[in-house]
Design a protein around this ligand. Structure first.
Ligand code: PMP
Length: 289
């Protein structure tokens, strides 16, 4: 495996950063998870834009242009001869002293890992997921905005621990007011009376790229009404259908929440059609490697 690290490609064993990097000491940095399908990188520009937006929000200067970072992703895939892959692109604050002050970190570090994609079990898509709401609330936007895809994922990890302990693969996180925000690594949607509804990002959700893609498919291809609206767990329980979206999971049906059966307990028709259309898009679009 060849890993891009600050201007060079190095072997996995040699891909090391300093213990004084604030990415490690404080989770001070930003990242993206990106996918390549059939020799093309899906939504590459959108991911790079979000990386730069996250960086700007935390005053982290990336010493590259967006085109250069795009090339880093493409070169990493080429170096590893990968056509279908999961890419982790990370920018850390860089090396500083033991204090918090990011202005003492002169240069951000950039690294990029491309690996074979580990697919979710087929039965998740066939039967739908069972998930639960957890007690850990999503970060409040006034403290750390969940739109920033930062290296500080402790909030999500605490929720994931609750999910694992409950024996389910994902957790629904509510915001401080008790409205549904998102899952630990996925956005959440419901379908009710042929309308697709997802929480607005200001309720505490990442502006997910799969979320955006699915909203666009639902509107333009499937002529469905798409709404961003606040919802409580009650609205999830009485939904006709529920599904999650994310780069790794793509579009995945949810059939049970907090032991309530969703709809008829089987993945819904709208979800199935969205999955089909999403796959079609991954087959036919993207930046060639
Ligand atoms: N929410 C969170 C907290 C995430 O980590 C992710 C995965 N990046 C998502 C939602 C889904 O976003 P995307 O579709 O851009 O992968």
């Amino acid at each position: 495996m060849k890993i891009y690290l600050d201007g060079k490609f190095v072997e996995k064993e040699d891909a090391k950063i300093s213990l004084f990097d604030h990415g490690l000491l404080y989770g001070d940095g930003v990242f993206e998870g990106i996918r390549a399908y059939h020799g093309r990188v899906f939504m590459l520009k959108e991911h790079i834009q979000r990386l730069f937006d996250s960086a700007r929000a935390i005053t982290l200067t990336i010493h590259h242009t967006k085109d250069e970072v795009e090339n880093i992703v493409l070169e990493t895939l080429r170096a590893n001869n990968l056509k279908d892959a999961y890419v982790r692109l990370v920018v850390t604050r860089g090396v500083g002293d033991l204090g918090l002050d990011p202005y003492k970190c002169p240069k951000a570090s950039v690294f990029c890992i491309a690996d074979k994609i580990k697919l979710y079990p087929e039965e998740f898509y066939k039967n739908g997921l069972e998930i639960v709401t957890v007690s850990t609330r999503r970060n409040i936007p006034q403290a750390i905005n969940p739109c920033i895809k930062s290296l500080n994922y402790l909030n999500n990890i605490l929720a994931k621990i609750e999910a694992v302990r409950a024996g389910v693969p994902e957790a629904i996180m509510l915001n401080a007011e008790g409205y549904v925000a998102e899952c630990t690594g996925d956005n959440i949607f419901i379908c009710k009376d042929n309308t697709i509804i997802t929480p607005p990002t200001w309720a505490g959700a990442l502006d997910g790229i799969t979320r955006r893609t699915v909203m666009e498919i639902a509107k333009s291809k499937m002529k469905l009404l798409v709404k961003e609206d606040l919802m409580t767990p009650y609205h999830l329980y009485i939904a006709d259908e529920c599904f999650l979206t994310g780069t790794a999971a793509e579009v995945i049906p949810v059939t049970k929440i907090d032991s309530r059966v969703i709809g008829n307990g089987r993945p819904g028709k709208i979800t199935a059609k969205l999955i089909k259309e999403f796959h079609e898009l991954t087959r036919t679009s993207g930046v060639p490697i």
